[in-house]
Design a protein around this ligand. Structure first.
Ligand code: NAD
Ligand code: UDX
Length: 480
């Protein structure tokens, strides 16, 4: 029986390994982590992450050929294939701080593999890493090898949160990069055989190591670039009376452009886009490619601009001050169908409003109060360092309350901001909400989920990202 061990039981390691276990009953899969809390949750009825379809997959395999454990060394030493899916956050200090990937967790995993291995291993980079990381990992492993043969593969993960199980069941492609030596090719074949249990062969792409590593950063940069492009257009739409949804629809019909990923929003979030683009920028700078670095930097600048533009719009519409006013925040997760708040645009928007002394009442169907308070108290880039995965007493942000109901959040509020596109927000009773709000009552839709015309009929003043402006908003132009 082939044995797989995955180091890192997070958003990628957990679902990916659960699907491998489901699709490959002949393979034993162990997912290990240094976080006792995470492993305990994976072994309980309350999984540590919310992901549609995940519970069913885990329930079918856990205890049969899928195991979650903190006994990292045992499972690593027994495995034939070791996936490393630890976090690779942005460095917060030292050389490259604020841009470069922090490979501390990766390096410590590699050193541990070298320490405990007694047989040949295929080590698979599942984490997103800077191009050429495999070379560094290879050096750590071979310099400590005790005669063991290690083959390093790059197998970046392309799943998106909220649709992880769907993406894993039916991926657009699986990418495997390896050395062009006979041993390297054998290792590629071994990993390909795992995926071939359910992924059609023509969707499994094999490349050299550096192409695989770089393709992951490139894919995220291209996707984020599309969002910044459409968000840049949204500002122009508001200035000219064009409607960004109509523009997206019109350009998306061009098969060379395509319709996906053209939804204007309050900004992209999530643990990957910003981190990976910063990493790409840093790699370009290290290679003296200043113009290329500046090109990609702009994607993040536009994203930051979009978030601050939204805050400015809220404040300027409400007579240039939100001081002491209650504002309801509907949605805190970085997208719908996940409880993940990493780099969610809601953090920047809330902090912007808090900076103007607003009182916030926040509701998200999947995010806990503890998480929200912690996010609002945390410094930029600190969120992805394991110390923060442990429970800590949050510095409570006193201007913030977290409630479990959209009606409670909006009661007596002057305005409401929709920051995540949860489906349930579409079917709220807005007449009831309007009746219980201060007047004039404002809706700021950062995801274009509500029907603005219907809300205007009720009496709301509505701002929808990238849509023709309400006469009220035209009279109160937001400062850029
Ligand atoms: P995560 O923070 O959810 O999980 C990482 C886990 O690794 C944590 O539970 C942590 O405790 C554990 N860990 C860290 N060091 C360890 C060690 N030495 N030994 C054992 N466990 C250790 O992160 P994630 O979202 O799963 O992302 C993991 C990697 O995958 C990152 O490089 C990320 O960029 C990439 N990625 C993420 C996504 C996504 O949607 N989240 C998608 C594609 C790729
Ligand atoms: C992303 C990539 O899509 C995935 O391939 C990679 O493996 C990890 O990073 P994820 O961050 O989970 O996945 O979600 P994604 O659906 O890409 O959304 C990222 C952000 O962009 C979210 O905040 C989302 O709301 C926003 N977004 C997405 C838009 O604002 N407009 C869009 O049209 C699409």
């Amino acid at each position: 029986m082939v044995k797989i061990c995955c180091i890192g039981a997070g958003y990628v390691g957990g679902p990916t390994m659960a699907v491998i276990a489901l699709k490959c009953p002949s393979i034993e899969v162990a997912v290990v982590d240094i976080s006792v809390a995470r492993i305990t949750a994976w072994n309980s009825d309350q999984l540590p992450i919310y992901e549609p379809g995940l519970d069913e997959v885990v329930k079918q395999c856990r205890g049969k050929n899928l195991f979650f454990s903190t006994n990292v060394e045992k499972h690593v030493s027994e495995a034939d294939i070791i996936f490393v899916s630890v976090n690779t956050p942005t460095k917060t200090r030292g050389l490259g701080a604020g841009k470069a990937a922090d490979l501390t967790y990766w390096e410590s995993a590699a050193r541990m593999i070298a320490d405990v291995s007694k047989s040949d291993k295929i080590v698979v980079e599942k984490s997103t890493v800077p191009v050429k990381t495999a070379e560094a990992i290879e050096k750590i492993l071979t310099h400590n090898s005790k005669g063991i043969n290690y083959q390093i593969l790059s197998n970046p993960e392309f799943l998106a949160e909220g649709t992880a199980i769907e993406d894993l069941f039916s991926p657009d492609r699986v990418l495997i990069g390896g050395r062009e030596t006979p041993d390297g090719q054998r290792a590629i074949k071994a990993l390909k055989d795992v995926y071939a249990h359910w992924v059609p062969e023509d969707r499994i792409i094999c490349t050299n190591l550096w192409s695989a590593e770089l393709s992951k950063l490139a894919a995220n940069a291209f996707l984020a670039q599309r969002i910044s492009s459409v968000n840049a257009m949204s500002a122009l739409c508001e200035a000219t009376g064009a409607d960004v949804s109509q523009v997206s629809h019109a350009i998306g019909k061009d098969t060379r452009i395509g319709p996906k990923f053209l939804n204007s929003s309050v900004g992209f979030g999530g643990s990957c886009f910003q981190k990976d683009i910063l990493n790409l920028v840093y790699i370009c700078e290290c290679n003296s490619l200043t113009e290329v670095a500046n090109y990609w930097k702009q994607v993040i600048k536009v994203n930051d601009y979009q978030k601050s533009r939204f805050v400015n719009r809220v404040v300027s519409s409400m007579f240039n001050t939100v001081s002491g006013k209650k504002i309801a925040i509907l949605g805190f997760a970085f997208k719908k169908d996940t409880g993940d708040t990493r780099e969610t645009p809601a953090i920047d928007v809330c902090n912007g409003l808090l900076g103007d002394k607003a009182w916030l009442s926040i509701y998200d169907p999947q995010v806990t109060e503890d998480q929200i308070q912690r996010d609002l108290a945390m410094k930029k880039f600190d969120w992805d360092h394991p110390v923060h995965l442990q429970p800590m007493s949050p510095t409570s942000v006193k201007q913030v309350t977290v409630v479990w109901d959209a009606y409670e959040a909006t009661k007596n509020a002057h305005g409401l901001c929709i920051l995540t596109e949860w489906d349930e927000f579409k079917s709220l009773d807005f007449q009831r909400i309007f009746d219980n709000m201060q007047k004039p009552a404002f809706v700021f839709d950062g995801r274009n989920v509500v029907n603005a015309d219907k809300l205007r009929e009720i009496g709301f003043i509505v701002y929808s990202i990238g849509k023709p402006l309400d006469p009220w908003l035209k009279d109160m132009p937001a400062m850029a």
